[in-house]
Design a protein around this ligand. Structure first.
Ligand code: NAP
Length: 484
């Protein structure tokens, strides 16, 4: 196996190969000659071992002083920060995003661990007045037990961090399966927790395909919670298949609109389109996928947008000057190119959308950002999540028309409005069907300390993640009556 590292699972406090000895490759989407490592192709038996270890470790971890749990999260954060340059390079080689974005993501993951180390210590219950002076009535929040964490490749360390940290600080034990397309940076997070001294079995990390271990890690009765981020199709399948005793949190796809009213500053609107639609190669769940622009300013908006798009530098995320990296996987490349062809048939192709070739482009999955105009509601590019640098431009006749069209998809993750009109600014959060609502900002981005999640088919929406709300999913409430 040349000079390439074989990365192991982390089960019951031990780094170990999977039972079958099979592995899979992880290659750089910017350069397919660059092999990052071999990862364990785990099977159902490995998954059962991880769940059993987590189940065994639960009572002692639940009873571990919260200050000790917090210290482990803080030390894991220190480890990420100490290795930020190495890990950022690896994240870019693994997922394709720009090096600056990778550095931000590692730093954000460390901040998330620190945030929950503090916030987890502020959980409260309530007391209830009643008639019996010899009785106390109160609520108590407790961990659930074994929590399975399943995450996608697009934010392959910050999404795991925002699930794993609240799970651990509240006393749950964890089985973590990262995306098979970005297992290396997830492995680094496991390493960070190991270095921080996480006790045996409390945190278990395993790689392997969804088809081999998905059913085991979500459907086993000992698993009391599944926190999943990924596609709506996979999330829906898991949500429907788990037992009633298993709590689920599904953070899923989006078709996020940026609404530009006729009083908008056009340069601001163009800037928000580029940042929301094309940064991260359009591979953010909150990415701008539709632009709903006032008829009266559409021509000017499109003309300035195309001028800006011509300047965008597509290339390897490790190279200085690159503004748009490659798509993350071959499957992503095929899907996005497929939607570009659909767009050409359905709508007016304005700019971009070429499969880039020649030189370094031949080794990776490079596509130039694409814009389609004259898009109408029934078109596939207006309705389906593309998850690439492709923006569908839809004309609107005023605010009310914009709201009807913006709400007319199965999704409801994020939405943004560009205007200075205070009446519309105030109405927008109520009118729009989205869990994240922005005004004069991009559809993308969310704070560590604020709740995050979607509506409709973008989320199960019972529990939010991130911020203080992220603790709710991993705790259950009991009402206690104590007499003497
Ligand atoms: P995906 O194909 O649904 O996979 C996500 C994760 O789920 C992967 O680890 C995958 O494993 C696993 N998985 C898939 N089917 C499963 C099953 N039946 N049982 C157990 N695990 C299963 O999504 P993706 O392509 O990685 O990510 C892109 C999607 O994520 C987009 O739809 C995007 O909108 C969404 N996303 C949502 C948010 C949000 O917060 N709402 C944030 C980021 C991304 P394998 O890798 O082994 O297949």
């Amino acid at each position: 196996m040349e000079n390439v590292t074989e990365f192991l699972n982390y089960i019951d406090g031990k780094w170990q190969p999977c039972g079958s000895g099979s592995t899979f490759e992880n290659r750089n989407p910017a350069d397919q000659d660059d092999l990052l490592g071999h990862f364990q192709a785990s099977s159902a038996e490995d998954a059962q071992q991880a769940i059993a270890a987590a189940e065994k470790a639960f009572p002692a971890w639940r009873d571990t002083p919260i200050s000790r749990r917090a210290k482990i999260l803080n030390q894991a954060a220190d480890y990420l920060v100490e290795h930020i340059e190495q890990f950022a390079q690896e994240l870019t080689r693994e997922e394709g995003k720009l090096l600056a974005n990778s550095r931000d993501e590692i730093a954000r993951s460390a901040q998330t661990l620190r945030f929950y180390a503090v916030e987890g210590q502020t959980i409260t219950g309530e007391t209830f007045p009643q008639d019996d002076a010899r009785m106390m009535v109160y609520t108590q929040r407790e961990p659930l037990g074994v929590a399975t964490i399943i995450t996608p490749w697009n934010f392959p360390i910050s999404i795991p961090a925002r699930k794993i940290a609240p799970a651990l600080i509240t006393g749950n034990t964890v089985v973590f399966k990262p995306s098979s397309d970005a297992p290396l940076i997830a492995h680094r997070l496991a390493e960070a927790l190991h270095h921080a001294g996480i006790p045996e079995g409390v945190f278990n990390f395993m790689t392997g395909s969804a088809s081999a271990i998905g059913q085991e890690i979500t459907g086993t009765p000992a698993v009391r919670a599944v926190s999943f981020t990924g596609s709506t199709a996979a999330g829906e399948k898991i949500h429907r298949s788990v037992s009633l005793a298993t709590r689920t949190q599904m953070e899923l796809g989006g078709k996020n609109p940026l609404i530009i009213l006729d009083d908008a500053d056009i340069d601001t609107a163009v800037d928000l389109t580029i940042k929301g639609g094309f940064a991260l190669t359009g591979q953010a769940c909150t990415g701008t996928s539709r632009v709903l622009v006032a008829r009266s300013i559409k021509a000017e908006y499109l003309s300035r947008l195309v001028e800006r798009m011509k300047e965008l530098q597509v290339g390897n995320g490790l190279d200085k000057g690159t503004q748009i990296g490659p798509l993350a996987t071959r499957q992503q490349l095929d899907t996005v190119l497929g939607y570009i062809e659909t767009g050409k048939r359905e709508a007016t192709h304005v700019h971009g959308g070429e499969r880039l070739s020649g030189g370094a482009y031949d080794k990776g999955f490079y596509v130039s950002p694409a814009i389609f105009s004259d898009v109408t509601q029934e078109m596939r590019i207006a309705q389906e999540e593309i998850f690439g640098p492709v923006v569908a431009v839809i004309e609107i006749d005023g605010y009310d028309d914009a709201i009807v069209k913006a709400n007319d998809t199965p999704y409801g993750l994020s939405a943004a409005l560009v205007t200075q009109n205070i009446d519309y600014i105030q109405r927008f959060p109520l009118d729009i069907q989205a869990g994240t609502v922005k005004v004069n900002r991009t559809t993308t981005g969310n704070l560590i300390n604020a709740p995050f999640g979607g509506l409709k088919q973008s989320s199960t929406s019972t529990f939010r993640e991130s911020g203080r709300a992220g603790l709710d999913f991993f705790t259950q409430t009991k009402t206690v009556y104590v007499g003497r």
